[in-house]
Design a binder for this molecule. Structure first.
Ligand SMILES: [Zn+2]
Ligand SMILES: [Zn+2]
Length: 94
């Protein structure tokens, strides 16, 4: 398993959480930015459901200056559903 596959599964877990209403999709979290079309952004992929919402412009800006913490190897073999469960536990929702 690879890091990029793991990130894909983490994003699938986030989509599921949004569908279930566990995570609420929001407008861009940058102050003064009113854009409503946003992506769920991870600062740390080891917290699968801990995301902030950023518009495309602010998302690109974030990644041009910083690097997100990549998932640790122990997460590589987890399914999207296990990653979802891990994220829920970290948020105290499970
Ligand atoms: Zn991002
Ligand atoms: Zn923005």
């Amino acid at each position: 398993m690879s890091e990029s596959l793991c990130r894909q599964r983490i994003n699938a877990a986030v989509s599921r959480a949004i569908k279930l209403g566990v995570i609420k999709r929001e407008g861009c979290c940058r102050k003064g930015c009113n854009r409503e079309y946003t992506v769920a952004h991870h600062k740390d992929y080891n917290k699968p459901l801990s995301v902030v919402f950023l518009c495309m412009k602010h998302h690109v800006a974030w990644h041009s200056k910083r690097a997100a913490k990549q998932p640790k190897e122990k997460l590589y073999n987890l399914s999207a559903s296990s990653l979802f469960d891990l994220g829920m536990k970290q948020l105290g929702l499970m």
